[in-house]
Design a protein around this ligand. Structure first.
Ligand code: F6R
Length: 242
């Protein structure tokens, strides 16, 4: 595990974007595993800047996203499909045919999970997987559990996640999706490089627990301690306890 300490959110975003840029420059037809959430927004901004400056070319890049809500139309502003287009895909020259997310509109969970695993396999696996971390140590939608989930699977969202998300759905809990499709831990661990971004004092406890505590499915991110090429890029606050 390599830890890169950064000053603040902007510095974290720039350094994470440096690593992703290096990947795209060294292997223009690479497969990027991408994440949503608040933490990587600044990283995507920096990538768009580099693209606009002429330093990055996404024309041969393939993307596979970690997760998507089940049952939400793609065009819904809170779908991860919309998030990725808003924050990255609409601003760079990635080929739309090379963009992959779990299809939340396919309600046949078994078929969709199988299809997505097959997509990841058919593109040759992930070269670089970008991750954030939840306060309980989740990665993707892999929540604390008594075993590590392996491939893409359908998860029931925790009640607190549903409550937390209702602000994005007119404050109406009934409109919040109750399930999501997520890549599993095996797929994440098979990525050739894993890059996690983390910021803010609120994540300091979980960073310590996940990366300096025991490896356990009760803290899903802890398994990354065993990854041969795992880079943690955090700001001072998030890394303040390690
Ligand atoms: C997003 C994802 C989640 C987030 C995590 C942290 O695709 O898979 O695991 O990375 O919930 O979210 P933020 O960055 O909003 O703190």
């Amino acid at each position: 595990m390599k830890i890169i300490r950064t000053k603040d959110y902007a510095d974290m975003s720039r350094k994470a974007a440096n690593i992703i840029s290096a990947q795209v420059i060294m292997k223009p037809d690479c497969v990027l595993g991408l994440a949503t959430g608040g933490t990587p927004v600044g990283t995507y901004e920096k990538l768009v800047e580099r693209y606009n400056e002429g330093d990055l070319d996404f024309s041969e890049v393939t993307s596979v996203n970690l997760d998507e809500y089940r049952g939400l139309p793609k065009e819904h502003p809170e779908s991860y499909w919309s998030f990725m287009h808003r924050n990255l895909f609409d601003h760079v020259n990635i080929d739309p045919a090379h963009i992959n997310l779990p299809d939340g509109t396919n309600l046949d969970a078994e078929a969709e999970c199988k299809r997505y695993d097959e997509v990841i396999r058919s593109v040759g696996g992930v070269d670089l997987q970008l991750l954030g971390i939840g306060h309980d140590g989740h990665i993707g939608f892999n929540e604390p559990h008594d075993a590590f989930d392996l491939g893409t699977h359908c998860v029931d969202l925790a009640q607190e996640t549903i409550e937390a998300n209702k602000r994005f759905f007119d404050g109406n809990v009934d409109l919040v999706p109750k399930q999501a499709y997520t890549m599993g831990i095996r797929t994440i661990m098979q990525a050739r490089k894993v890059l996690m971004v983390v910021n803010g004092v609120g994540k300091a406890e979980i960073v310590k627990k996940a990366f300096f505590g025991p490896v356990t499915p009760e803290v899903p991110a802890s398994i990354l301690q065993l990854h041969p090429d795992f880079i943690l890029v955090g700001d001072e606050e998030a890394l303040s306890l390690i």
